[in-house]
Design a protein around this ligand. Structure first.
Ligand code: BEZ
Length: 210
C-alpha cells in the first residue's frame, strides 16, 4: 500500500554514493527529502539531480537532508555523477541510493508497473523530524520536478509546524499567511500582534510570523 501523509516513513539500510546508510539514523533530527528518478544517464534526471545539488545551501538553511534513489548500481551512479557535475556545473554531494534489489522502491511504492515495470517513477517524499511523511509527489518520467516548489512547500510546512497558520494558494516567503480555523479570532488577536485582516469569518490573514 502506498504511503500516506502522517504515516511513519519506513526505515531502511541501503548502499549509497556516500557509503551504507541507515535512513532514520542519517536523518537524525533533520527534515528529509527522499526522491526517486527513473534511471541514470538520462536527460531529465541529469537536470533534476543537478538542480538539487545547486540548491544545497537552500536545503541546508532549512535543516533538510536530501537523498536520491534509483534501481541502478553504485558504479553507474558514480559514473553518472561525474556527468551531472560537468554538465550542470555543480557537485552532487548528497547520497544517491543504489536500490538494485528494489527494497526501498517497494517500501515507498516508487515502481508503478503500469508506467514502467522496471524503473522507479519520479516519487518525492518530504519527511519531518518526527519521521512522519509530510508531502508526497509523483511525477511521470517525462516531467522534471520543480525543486523551487519543493523548497516552497518545506517553508510552508516549517512555518505551520511552528505557528497556528496555513499558507494560501501560490504563497511565497514573506507574504501574508492564513490563521487556521481552529483558532478563534479573539485568540488570533493575542497570538498575532502584527494584526489580522478578516475577509470572511473563516478567511483571516496575518503577516507571516518570524
Ligand atoms: C529522463 O530522465 O530524461 C527520462 C528517464 C526515463 C524516461 C524518460 C525520460
Amino acid at each position: 500500500m502506498s504511503l500516506r501523509l502522517g504515516d511513519e516513513a519506513p526505515d531502511f539500510k541501503a548502499k549509497s554514493t556516500i557509503g551504507d546508510i541507515r535512513f532514520h539514523e542519517f536523518l537524525g533530527n533533520s527534515w528529509g527529502v527522499l526522491f526517486s528518478h527513473p534511471a541514470d544517464y538520462t536527460p531529465v534526471c541529469t537536470t533534476e539531480l543537478g538542480r538539487t545539488a545547486q540548491l544545497k545551501d537552500e536545503f541546508a538553511r532549512r535543516n533538510v537532508k536530501v537523498l536520491a534513489l534509483s534501481v541502478d548500481s553504485l558504479e553507474q551512479h558514480q559514473g553518472w555523477i561525474g556527468d551531472i557535475d560537468e554538465t550542470q556545473h555543480t557537485k552532487v554531494e548528497f547520497p544517491v541510493i543504489a536500490d538494485e534489489d528494489r527494497k526501498v522502491s517497494e517500501l515507498y511504492d516508487m515502481i508503478h508497473p503500469n508506467a514502467s515495470a522496471t524503473a522507479t517513477v519520479r516519487s518525492l517524499f518530504v519527511i519531518g523530524p518526527d519521521k512522519k511523511v509530510k508531502l508526497t509527489l509523483t511525477y511521470p518520467a517525462s516531467t522534471g520536478r520543480n525543486f523551487n516548489e519543493v523548497l516552497r512547500v518545506i517553508d510552508s510546512l516549517q512555518l505551520t509546524a511552528a505557528h497556528s497558520v496555513a499558507t494560501p494558494a501560490d504563497w511565497q516567503q514573506g507574504e501574508d499567511v492564513i490563521v487556521v480555523p481552529a483558532v478563534s479570532t479573539e485568540e488570533a488577536e493575542k497570538r498575532f500582534p502584527a494584526g489580522l485582516r478578516i475577509v470572511k469569518p473563516y478567511l483571516r490573514y496575518t503577516p507571516q510570523p518570524e
